[in-house]
Design a protein. Structure first.
Length: 213
C-alpha cells in the first residue's frame, strides 16, 4: 500500500510541476543531470535550481549596472556569521564576485584563483568579497575547504544579487531558466563601478583582475 501511495504521489508531482522541478527544490538537491562545464570559459558551475514561487516573487529580472554607477550598498553574514557591509570598505578598491553555487567546479576554480592571487591583489589595495545564495553554513564549508582568506557572504533572499543585476535567464542543456549570473564588479575607492566582468574565465580570474589594476 505504501509503495502504491508513493507512485501516486510521484505522478501527481510530475503532472503539477514537471519532472525537473521534482529534483530542484531550493537548497535541497540539484538536477540529476550531470553538467559538463567548461570552467575556463566561465560557463555556469551548477545545474538549474528552482527557487519556488514565493521566493521568485522577491527577485526581479536582472537590472543592468553600468561603469560609473554608484555600487549598491549591502550587508550580509559571512562564513563566520559576522555582518559584512560594502560600506565597511569605504576608501578601498573592492572586487565583488557573484557565483552560482559553492563547492561546484567552476566556482571552486574561480575562488581558488582569487585566493592564489590574494596577497598580490591586496598589495594593490584591493579587497575581495564573494557572494552567492548559499547559506552561511555552506559558505563556511566552502571557504574552509579551500582556505579562502576573504569574506564569503550569504545572500539567500537574493537582494544584492538582484541589485547588481546578477539574476537572469540562463541556458543549460537546451533549457532556459532563471539563476545567478557569474559576474564580478571592480568598485573604485569612491564607491563607483570601475569595471564589470561578465565573461569570467574561472581558472584565471584572479590573474585577469590583477592585470587590470
Amino acid at each position: 500500500m505504501a509503495k502504491l501511495e508513493c507512485i501516486k504521489f510521484l505522478f501527481t508531482q510530475v503532472a503539477q510541476f514537471g519532472i525537473l522541478n521534482m529534483f530542484n527544490y531550493p537548497d535541497t538537491a540539484h538536477s540529476k543531470i550531470n553538467a559538463k562545464e567548461n570552467t575556463a570559459s566561465g560557463i555556469d558551475c551548477a545545474p538549474p535550481i528552482s527557487i519556488g514561487p514565493s521566493r521568485a516573487l522577491n527577485i526581479q529580472k536582472e537590472k543592468m549596472l553600468k561603469i560609473g554607477d554608484k555600487a549598491p550598498d549591502f550587508t550580509h553574514l559571512d562564513q563566520h556569521g559576522e555582518k559584512v557591509s560594502l560600506s565597511d570598505y569605504a576608501g578601498k578598491k573592492v572586487l565583488v564576485w557573484f557565483f552560482p553555487k559553492a563547492n561546484t567546479p567552476g566556482c571552486t576554480a574561480e575562488g581558488c584563483d582569487l585566493r592564489d592571487h590574494y596577497d598580490v591583489l591586496q598589495s594593490k589595495d584591493l579587497e575581495i568579497i564573494g557572494i552567492s545564495k548559499d547559506s552561511v553554513k555552506k559558505q563556511k564549508n566552502f571557504a574552509t575547504k579551500y582556505e579562502f582568506p576573504y569574506p564569503m557572504l550569504s545572500d539567500e533572499e537574493g537582494s544584492t544579487i538582484n541589485a547588481f543585476g546578477c539574476w537572469g535567464t540562463k541556458k543549460f542543456m537546451g533549457r532556459e531558466f532563471d539563476g545567478i549570473l557569474r559576474k564580478s564588479f571592480l568598485i573604485s575607492k569612491e564607491g563607483t563601478i570601475e569595471r564589470i566582468y561578465d565573461k569570467v574565465k574561472t581558472k584565471t580570474h584572479g590573474a585577469d583582475v590583477l592585470a587590470d589594476l
